[in-house]
Design a protein around this ligand. Sequence first.
Ligand code: MN
Length: 724
Amino acid sequence: MEERLIAKFAERFGAEQAEKMSEAVSFASRVHCNQKRDDGTPFVSHPLTVSSYLLDMGMDAPTVIAGVLHDTVEDGDNVQITDIEKMFGKEVAFLVDGVTKLTKSGKQTYITKKQEQTENLRKLFLAIAEDVRVVIIKLADRLHNMRTLDVCSPQKQAKKAKETLEVYAPLAHRFGMGAIRSELEDLSFRYLMPEEYASIKAQVDVQQKERLELLSSAMEQMKTLLKEANIEGSISGRPKHLYSSYRKMQRNNCTLHELYDLIAIRIIVDTVTDCYAALGVIHATWKPLPGRFKDYIAMPKPNLYRSLHTTVMDARGIPFEVQIRTKEMHATAEYGIAAHWMYKEGRKSMTELDRKTSWLRQVLEAEETTEDSKEFVDNILKDFLGEYVFVLTPKGEIIDLPVGSTPLDFAYRIHTNIGHHCQHARVNGNVVRLDYKLKTNDVVEIITSNSQAGPSRDWLAIVKTQSAKNKIRQWFKHENREENIQRGREMLEETAKRHAQSLAILMKPEYYNEVLKRHNFTSLDDLYSSIGFGGISAGQVLHKLIDLHRKDERLDAMQKKLGEAGSEALKRPLHRANPKGVYVLGDPGMAVFFGNCCNPLPGDPIIGYVTRGRGVSVHRTDCKNVQTLMQEEDRIIEVEWAVDARTDFSATIRVFIEDQPGSLLEVSKVLLGLNVNMTDLSSRSTDDGYAAMEITCTVASSEQLSTIISNLKKLRQVVDVFRV
Ligand code: MN
């Protein structure tokens, strides 16, 4: 075994590296010489097998060597990590240390064992965050242990299987290592629930065979169709793994027979273009089921998974799933993060690794202004681990929560009542604010109190998870309608005051009935109550009312204007919410500034992005930078134009006009008539009797600009007008 392993290693990495490898192999053999595995074979076969897995996965030399050495410090007498560093260098030593558990602490009680497990996981997670290769070694290690678990005692089997299902399979999933995840899950399933496993396996074996036969003609036809379309591709029937089928049955409370994705047809092609072309061929021939098409190529999953999924129906009405992807996407789906090493050589321009580093660059840029270096690092790590954070209960159970979650989300995840009665929280032993953003590795402890009557309304703004939000709302909804109505009324009043609006003017039946109708409320109390428990925001209601009122007002103003012929009527003496004319929903006092990229005008659809320290930058939703900013969903914030935005916005229009005396005057008249202030005007004659004018003027909104443009276009002399 050793010779084969070393030879294969030498073939990949050359003789010089192979020297190190054989040193590692003989060192491990020496350290483990008196140890046996549970089946009686020499222990060293284990690290050698783990190492061979890593080699097969395409990992680099230090990782493969670390695989050989991974148990020498933990299980060897008197081997220190410093010894490894002296012999094999810092890199290998770091990887070995990363997978090595902390040394056992004296006498073991149940409590200390649990604490130790927590500490070990914490250490492992930290090491993974520092070098992702640690998780790959750890998973290869676990995979071999699970594959050889049948010789262990039932107690050990159950313990290992449970840990695998709770920790290692999810880890594999987060890092996109689908093949390892499936195998770990199925093996755990087999040891934890042997009866269910056996029964499902027997059924699946039969049904998958049936299903494959049913689909064989479809697969044949697919082959022909792809060939005709000149798409190179391989087609195979892929059975779903057992545990996921079992979970799905539990979740949907159905029988195996009802799972129509028991088998998927997988098409592997050469290029992304071929993926979509193949999809076209499939949809042209078989009817797709609505709502089942997923484009994970354009929108990869957080764990890097990319593929096209669709479910179609064959001629007999049997639905089947089709997955279409390139070879490289397939490798990523199976090996996840490990595929980066596999494709290191000869990879195309946009490989997973490139994409990952470009993504990292984006995070770096966004974090540039962060002063706190710890926060900086935390954010990178958090994002690197994907969209979830892993936190631990004091008992060492892992809870995964979306990035940005708070101790309150954690409390509600554990139990609704723990959430409702949460008084304060401790993270890693220190009391934290309830809006503290949880980080991976945090150990979270919730302190409840029965004197805490229930959740606070402020919590709605703090919690990140929808489920916690819903639980809080439910509480308010049921607990006290009277109080909600009262509270809702107050909230609407406060909001109106903040925007210097008068409810006496706005709360007319012709306005609020419109709002009631739109939200299916039957009474005004319903509306107040909903505001009270947070079902609808006071700001939302206020702005609808203002909108309706404005329409009225505009009619008035036009009538006045017709009467007086004066131009002052269009200037509404309304309060200005913010010097920029934009306010942030929920925090109207927040400083805003405009992105230089898209110069939004009032009326343009806009969104805000919370920068670090400079307030909120406002962009048009169609701005090309928004796409990038959207990746940090946490920082995207809703902003709205103040209804009374009467700030000076500069806009430039270009007017093509007949070049003759009086033309300029006509244009000026239109602008004056609309009460528009010109700040700059230039004009030059063209050769063919026309003039091109550029007018910079001050406008209040894109709507006003459109009015200007359309009025100018009505002039006889004008040929064309457009926004520059
Ligand atoms: Mn091991």
